[in-house]
Design a protein around this ligand. Structure first.
Ligand code: NAD
Length: 419
């Protein structure tokens, strides 16, 4: 019986990439052992009352993978598929992501196994406050700083920040990032991940001789990351030939009107019924003709089954973990360039870092300043990765892991192992 890629844990995919980079770095066995174990995993129950009066219990997670370079940092996901394995993998990736763009943070991730589509705003608020209350002792601006991820919003961050502040009896905006502007959020944070995807993509496209005005882009996922990436690609003159969300995909050779799709989603909560393109399946979107493909939904999208049929020349991973190691090998053999998640979607955590800095100073920057610093940070580190890949004849993914692991190892060696 063959093993489906979905049977292999998401954390397992991450470890495969880690090992390849560790070989390039000639990392010793002790460091490999330490770096492949999360520092702390927390699992707890979230009992809450439905609006109807009934009680239910969800499971909450927070994994603090590494503190070597600073406070742990990473988003909170609300999704029916959340498991300890997934949260651990995402916390593992956050460790390398923060290091790859040289932020003074470790890595973390959290989640609640729930389906937000079935929850009212009041129910979401109760779940979020209970989730935050469970973590009061282990989060904080110098301990662990959560942020939004799939299905979590600035409003949810506001409830988290308020609950934490009530418990510690002082206002602590820096306990989470991705907050609304009115309570210590940063200008540019909402668009930051999508903006980062676009910055990385356009730089790599230029190196591949792909002019924006002559390039076609397909994007899987039309949430925070996919939507703003689509908007910014379109502003740079690229043609968006396909978009999708959990309800299906929409294809238009002449180009999708991104502003209309954004308006439609705001009004209908999804793309279901959108008339700006022909409806195709999510699978068909991944193998549609286009120059650049941006997965911006969930993990394990590219597998041994579909990787050979992908027509894009460049894949820019807006999502975390969309490519299985088997698919990564196929892309490498076929010459499909992949900007890996830990670099391509690092725009979000970079502006989260700027938000944390601004909260600590109590002094807020103009949006142009945020965007300028974001572009500088991403391009400086992307260029390092591109150079490393060329030098070591490896992929951008393994180059990114190598640079990130090296930075974490240096911090760990300087601090020493407290035993
Ligand atoms: P979101 O909840 O705002 O949007 C997710 C989108 O994916 C929605 O449009 C949803 O309908 C769609 N989707 C879900 N399942 C799908 C499927 N099977 N096929 C097609 N579309 C599907 O979430 P987001 O914040 O945009 O996050 C998307 C990805 O980007 C995740 O992997 C997340 O970890 C990663 N990411 C997010 C941020 C951030 O700042 N929000 C930062 C870095 C990485």
């Amino acid at each position: 019986m063959s093993t489906s890629p979905r049977d292999v844990s998401v954390f397992g995919d991450g470890i495969t990439y880690f090992k390849e980079a560790a070989d390039i770095l000639e990392l010793d066995a002790g460091m490999r052992l330490i770096l492949t174990h999360p520092a702390r995993q927390i699992i707890f129950s979230i009992p809450f009352q439905r609006d109807t009066g009934e009680f239910e219990v969800f499971t909450g997670y927070r994994v603090q993978y590494s503190f070597a370079r600073g406070a742990a940092k990473g988003g909170i996901r609300y999704h029916p598929g959340v498991t300890l394995d997934e949260v651990t993998a995402l916390a593992f990736w956050m460790t390398w992501k923060c290091a790859v763009v040289d932020l003074p943070f470790g890595g973390a991730k959290g989640g609640v196994t729930c389906d937000p589509a079935t929850l009212s705003m009041n129910e979401l608020e109760r779940i979020t406050r209970r989730y935050a209350a469970e973590l009061v002792e282990v989060v904080g601006p110098d301990k662990d700083v959560p942020a939004p991820d799939v299905n979590t919003t600035p409003q949810i961050m506001a409830w988290f920040m308020d609950t934490y502040s009530m418990h510690v009896r002082q206002n602590v905006p820096g306990v989470v990032t991705g907050k609304p502007l009115e309570i210590g959020g940063s200008r540019g944070r909402v668009e930051a991940t999508g903006r980062g995807v676009t910055i990385c993509a356009l730089d790599q496209m230029a190196k591949m001789g792909l002019k924006p005005e002559q390039s076609s882009i397909a994007i899987q996922g039309f949430g925070n990351v996919g939507m703003y990436a689509a908007k910014l690609f379109a502003e740079r003159g690229c043609k968006i030939v396909g978009i999708s969300d959990v309800t299906g995909a929409y294809h238009n050779d002449k180009g999708i009107d991104v502003a209309a799709a954004m308006k439609y989603t705001a009004e209908h909560r999804s793309l279901e019924g959108f008339k700006g393109g022909d409806k195709i399946s999510n699978g068909e979107l991944l193998t549609a003709s286009c120059d650049v493909l941006v997965p911006a939904a969930l993990e394990k999208v590219f597998t041994a089954e579909n990787a050979a049929n992908v027509k894009a020349k460049l894949i820019v991973e807006g999502a975390n973990g969309p490519t299985t190691p088997e698919a990564a090998n196929i892309f490498r053999e076929r010459g499909v360039i992949v900007i890996p998640d830990i670099m391509a979607n690092a725009g979000g955590v970079t502006v989260s870092y700027f938000e944390w800095v601004q909260d600590r100073m109590g002094y807020f920057w103009k949006e142009s300043e945020v965007n300028e610093r974001l572009e500088d940070t991403l391009l400086e580190n992307l260029h390092r990765i591109q150079d490393f890949a060329k030098q070591h004849n490896t992929t951008l993914r393994i180059a990114a892991y190598s640079i990130a692991i090296d930075r974490v190892v240096k911090a760990l060696r300087l601090r020493g192992i407290y035993a």
